[in-house]
Structure formats: structure tokens, C-alpha cells
Design a protein around this ligand. Structure first.
Ligand SMILES: [Zn+2]
Length: 90
């Protein structure tokens, strides 16, 4: 009889965008929906300048998180590189 030795590998994904402060050059990571759908402004924690996240997005990727049985993050990888969408509403 075979022993039950099933490796439980659970995964979760997060679509993120990289932002660069136009004033001081500091980088940030935000969820892509927040950047591309909401087009929110954020305040730079470094220099205090407010800037638009979408206009200052430099990269986008899909992160893959490996989750264990306790629902804790084990490992993070870049699953896929994504394009910064420039689609317009309306
Ligand atoms: Zn800044």
C-alpha cells in the first residue's frame, strides 16, 4: 500500500506595478489594480511629493507566492512579466 505523501503546494498571485517617484527617484511597489484602474495619486515617503501612480509606473509583473498548509507565505517568484497597459476609459 502506498503511503499518502502528498505535497500540498498552494499558490497565490499578485499583480504588481513598480513606481518611481519623479522627484527623488525612489521606487515603490503597488498592486496593479490600484495603479492602472484607480490611477491613484500617492505621496512619496521619501520627499513628500505627491505623484500619479499610473503616470510614473515603470514596470509590471505577476508575483507567485507559495503558501503552506498554515496559509503562510513560503516563497515569492516572478511568475510572469506583464505589460503596463495604456488602455483608456471611455
Ligand atoms: Zn520622492
Amino acid at each position: 500500500m502506498q503511503a499518502i505523501c502528498q505535497v500540498v503546494e498552494m499558490k497565490a498571485w499578485l499583480d504588481v506595478a513598480v513606481l518611481r517617484c519623479p522627484n527623488c527617484g525612489r521606487h515603490y511597489i503597488e498592486a496593479s489594480w490600484y495603479v492602472l484602474e484607480m490611477e491613484s495619486d500617492i505621496e512619496c515617503g521619501e520627499c513628500g511629493k505627491e505623484f500619479n501612480t499610473k503616470k510614473n509606473a515603470t514596470d509590471r509583473a505577476l508575483l507567485e507566492f507559495q503558501i503552506n498548509e498554515d496559509s503562510k507565505i513560503q516563497k515569492v517568484d516572478i511568475a510572469k512579466r506583464l505589460k503596463l497597459e495604456s488602455r483608456r476609459k471611455g
